[in-house]
Design a binder for this molecule. Sequence first.
Ligand SMILES: Nc1nc2c(ncn2[C@@H]2O[C@H](COP(=O)(O)OP(=O)(O)O)[C@@H](O)[C@H]2O)c(=O)[nH]1
Ligand SMILES: [Mg+2]
Length: 260
Amino acid sequence: MRKRRSGGHVHHHTLKTIRAVVLGKDGVGKSALTVRFLTRRFIGEYDTTLEATYRHHLLIDGQFVSLDIMDTAGKNSTEKMQMCISFAELFFVLYSTTDRTSFEEASLLARYILHDKSQCNTATIMIVATKSDLEHSRVVGEHEGQLLAKDLNCEFYQVSNSEGYLETQELLFDSLKRCLDKNKSSPLTRVKEGLVETAKSFRKRSLSHDVVTAESPRMMRSKSFSDADSIPEVIKPPSQEDLAQDGKNNRNSVASTASF
Ligand SMILES: Nc1nc2c(ncn2[C@@H]2O[C@H](COP(=O)(O)OP(=O)(O)O)[C@@H](O)[C@H]2O)c(=O)[nH]1
Ligand SMILES: [Mg+2]
């Protein structure tokens, strides 16, 4: 599973931007998942009204990716959904395995995105069931989530935000990879690049060195992140010009979107 991510080939000159949004009923674990994506940590209590967009740099199969991820909160109005659809190409639609109404809402949200004409060819939707650790409180079976995803031709993941980070990291990387693959020009290009990647992957490197998990003090904006220990080291992305510029944009663009 990790080999796929450890290709040694690095495209120094390209930085792909992927915009993602995390959706779902309040309480399903959107903030918990976002924080797992960004810091690998689980804090337990999150500001329930905080809506924010974070920028995160990663390296996936030799491709530098700048991920803008919006953690939403509050009612999912039509206006808000339209804004999310125009913002993002990648959608994490969450429901809690312990809350059937959240499952129904997730179904509506995913259908809404799919039926929006401007997104029907480009959106990548991941249906994510959360709180799989709370087996005793489960009211939505795993097969129900699988069926929904199959029905909508989306991907399905069931995760626990509270127990470990590997499955949430896997979800993140798989979804970003899908977005990158969608952007690739042709099947032939894909085959060629695949061969190059396979050859390069003989030069094995460890996951921890390949996956750039940059995080920044902007997370300190929320009280929930005030524990200095929860801020992992900042790993400098290697393309200096691109990323110096990007860093500037970053400070401007990372802002609360509480005005939805
Ligand atoms: N046991 C468990 N609790 C979770 C999980 N995900 C989130 N929570 C908890 O559920 C509550 C709501 O999570 P939060 O991320 O704030 O939900 P949001 O409103 O969708 O952003 C918090 O108390 C979290 O600690 C999970 O996978 N397992
Ligand atoms: Mg939240």
